[in-house]
Ligand binder design. Structure first.
Ligand code: DAH
Length: 352
């Protein structure tokens, strides 16, 4: 390509006019490719054409073309700066951060009231020297019932409407969702060659219950077991009194009733005075008019359960207890209905 020196001025004017009309960075980039691009850029082409000029004009043309290229590059750089500043200015208004705005509050989670209570109970027993063990929620009927002296035909099996696992083993339903944590008495003794034992087993239990203010079909229990030489009923009472004082303070009234559980002899139930009606309302939903809310069953481990573990029941005695953790939580905070715990209403849960 040949271009007379006189045409250079015209080309320069065209380039600058096109540059001036580039309205944004994308248009500017298009302009750069068209004019300064390595391949096919018009200014680049101009420089390549220096070598094609007649020998006597080459020097003047070359000098002129190079000056023109520098001018155009400088104009481009300035335009580039200008557009960049404009973009920044726009960003500073559209994307501005108002540091004086108050922050958005973050919702902070917390432990469920039953979990809090469970942990406090575990801590309290831990301070009395009980270690923690665990057992399966899907349990063998042989542990849940037989090991606890509740044979197939025993009326005590009717105490629980059990949720069975459908799978048949040797043609029978043999597994269930444990109805209590007591089978762990047998499980713990089985794996302890010789007493002393001082253990608690916290966990969930399941019963096909008609739910009411104090009964849920899923419940949390803490099983306790102590076996040693010379363990007596007074040890059991001492531990449970201590536990109650720590959980409920010294003002609450505690009562032990005689009760029947096949795996203990004698058996008791421990209850606290009803915080709703103070024993004055015969129609009270929480204590059913008795004035007392039962929170645990307990007793002296039946000698047969001790013998089943392979221990000598003449040498060793023990006590056991099973605490209803939801009941403890009810009494602690004065909650009138156990069903609140598992309805997942944040307005309720966030109060604890
Ligand atoms: N397992 C019983 C229940 O769920 C509670 C219980 C009663 C546990 C007496 C014990 C006990 O360890 O000694 O109703």
């Amino acid at each position: 390509m040949t271009a007379p020196t006189s045409a250079l001025a015209e080309l320069c004017a065209d380039a600058l006019a096109a540059l001036a009309s580039a309205a944004d960075e994308a248009a500017l980039e298009q302009w750069r490719v068209a004019w300064l691009g390595r391949q096919g850029g018009r200014v680049t082409g101009l420089l390549t054409s220096i070598k094609d000029q007649p020998a006597d004009q080459k020097a003047a043309f070359g000098a002129e073309a190079n000056r023109l290229k520098r001018d155009i590059e400088a104009a481009f750089a300035e335009k580039h700066e200008q557009l960049k500043r404009r973009t920044l200015r726009e960003l500073s208004t559209t994307e501005a951060i108002d540091v004086t705005l108050p922050g958005r509050p973050q919702v902070i989670g917390r432990l469920h009231p039953v979990t809090q209570t469970l942990r406090d109970c575990v801590k309290t027993f831990g301070e009395m020297g009980f270690r923690v063990a665990e057992g399966p929620e899907v349990e063998w009927a042989s542990y849940n019932f037989d090991a606890m002296r509740i044979p197939e035909d025993h009326p005590a099996r009717d105490m629980w409407d059990t949720i069975w696992v459908d799978k048949l083993i040797d043609g029978e339903r043999k597994m269930l969702l444990r109805t209590h944590t007591s089978p762990n008495q047998a499980r713990v003794m089985e794996r302890t060659p010789e007493p002393p034992i001082r253990v608690i087993v916290p966990g969930k239990c399941y019963r096909q219950e008609a739910t009411d203010a104090t009964h849920e079909w899923m419940l949390t229990q803490i099983e306790g077991l102590a076996v040693d030489e010379g363990v007596r009923m007074s040890d059991l009472k001492g531990v449970l009194y201590d536990f109650s004082r720590k959980m409920f303070g010294t003002e609450r009234k505690i009562i032990f009733h005689h009760s029947y559980f096949p795996f203990v002899e004698p058996g008791v139930e421990m209850a606290l005075d009803c915080f709703i009606c103070r024993g004055e309302d015969p129609a009270c939903h929480t204590c059913h008019g008795t004035g007392w809310i039962e929170i645990l069953g307990a007793g002296m481990v039946h000698p047969e359960v001790i013998e089943n573990a392979g221990y000598d029941s003449n040498r060793y005695t023990g006590f056991a207890f099973g605490i209803g953790v939801e009941r403890v939580a009810l009494l602690r905070w004065g909650i009138e209905d156990i069903r609140h715990f598992y309805q997942n209403d944040v307005r309720f849960l966030s109060q604890f």
